[in-house]
Design a binder for this molecule. Sequence first.
Ligand SMILES: Cc1cc2nc3c(=O)[nH]c(=O)nc-3n(C[C@H](O)[C@H](O)[C@H](O)COP(=O)(O)OP(=O)(O)OC[C@H]3O[C@@H](n4cnc5c(N)ncnc54)[C@H](O)[C@@H]3O)c2cc1C
Length: 368
Amino acid sequence: MGGSPLRILVVGAGIAGLAVARALRLAGFRPDVTEKLPPTERADTGLYLPGNAARALRRLDLDGPLRPLGEVIHRQRFLDASGAPLCEVDLDALWVGVGECRALPRAELHRVLLTGAGGAVRHGAEVSAVEPRPHGVTVGFTDGTCAEYDLVIGADGPHSAVRTLAALGGPPRPAGQVVYRAIVRDGPRVTDWTALLGQRAGFLVVPIGAGRLHCYADEAGTTVPTDPLARLHELFGDYGGPVPEVLAALHGVHAEITEEVELGRWFHGRVLLVGDAAHATAPTLSQGAAMALEDAVVLAESLKAASDVDAALVAYESRRRPRTRWVRDRTRDRNRTRDVSPALRDPLLRGRGGRIFQEHYRLLVGPL
Ligand SMILES: Cc1cc2nc3c(=O)[nH]c(=O)nc-3n(C[C@H](O)[C@H](O)[C@H](O)COP(=O)(O)OP(=O)(O)OC[C@H]3O[C@@H](n4cnc5c(N)ncnc54)[C@H](O)[C@@H]3O)c2cc1C
C-alpha cells in the first residue's frame, strides 16, 4: 500500500509518534501528526539507547544526524553500594552487528526525530474523541474541530487517551518503583554506564556528551516524595564510587513512579496503539525508546507489504508482540531481584552477573 492516499493520523509527537511519522513518510505515506503540548514543553533529562535502538534509527535513515550526538557507551559497570566492582557487560561484544549503544539528552533525539518526521506536527492539538467506523475513524479535538481518517495511530504515551477512547484498555498499572532523573553538568568524570546496586534501590550515571551526565536513580515504592533531591541524599548519601560528587552537583530532579501497560489487543477497527500507549514497562532495561523505534519500522513495513489496512495491523501486532513481551518479562525478572538482599545477591553477581545481565537482551540482538 506504500504511496497510497491513505489518510493517517498519528496522535502524540513523542519518540513513538515522531518515529512512526518518519517511517510512514519513508514508505510513501503522508501522515498528519498531532501533539497536545506546545513545542517547548520537554523535560531536560537523558536517555540511554541500547544497540537495537541504533539499528532501528539506521532503518529510519537517521543514524547520520544521530552520530555526532551524546556519547557512544562501550561498557556497563555494576558496582555494589560502596563502589566496589560486581560485574561488567562488554556492550560492543553484546551488540556486535546490531548497533552501538549511545547516551544523549532526550531533547537531542527529539530534535532529530522531529526533523525526520518532516516537521509537520500540529502542536497544541489534543485528541478528545475517537470513534471507530467500519473503514475509518472520526477524530475530535479539544478545540471543537473533527476530521475523518482511514487509520489512527495512538502514540500518546502510557496515559493514552486514544487507548481509553477506542476501548482498548484503562489506565496504566504502577510497576513498583519511584524513579529520579537529572542531568548533571559539573559532576565527576565518568566514562562508562555505571550503576551502583543497593538494597531495593539503585543509582546510575551515564555520560551524555559535553561533560554532562545522565543521572537515574530508583527505589521500590509507589509514592513520589515532596522533595526528590532531599530524598536522593537520604537514600544514597552513604554510597561510594561517583555518587557523592554526583549528589553534590545535582539541582533539578524529576521524580515519578514507573508504570506498566499490558493489553489483550493493540488495535480496534482502524485505531492502533504503538510505543508506551501499547506496551509501557518500567525503564529498567532502557528499552522504551528502542521498542517505540522498532514499532515504527515494523508498522511501516507491514502497511507497505499488506494488501489492506486490516491485514497490516494483524501482521504488525504478531511481529511486535514477542519482542515487547520479552522486554516486559525480563524487566519484571530484573525488578524482582531488588528484593534479594545484597548479601545474597552480590556474590552471585560477582561470579555470573555479566552473563545474567547480557542474557536479558538475548532476543533483542536477533532480527526485528
Ligand atoms: C524515568 C524514565 C526513564 C527512562 N529512561 C529510558 C532510557 O534511558 N532509554 C529508553 O529507551 N527509554 C527510557 N524510558 C522509556 C521511554 O522514555 C519511553 O518508552 C518512550 O519515551 C515512549 O515514547 P512514546 O512516544 O511512546 O510516549 P511519550 O514519550 O509519553 O509521548 C507521548 C506523546 O503524546 C502526547 N499526547 C498525550 N495525549 C495526547 C492527546 N490526547 N492528544 C495529542 N497528543 C497527546 C504527549 O504530550 C506526548 O508528547 C524511560 C522512562 C522513564 C519513565
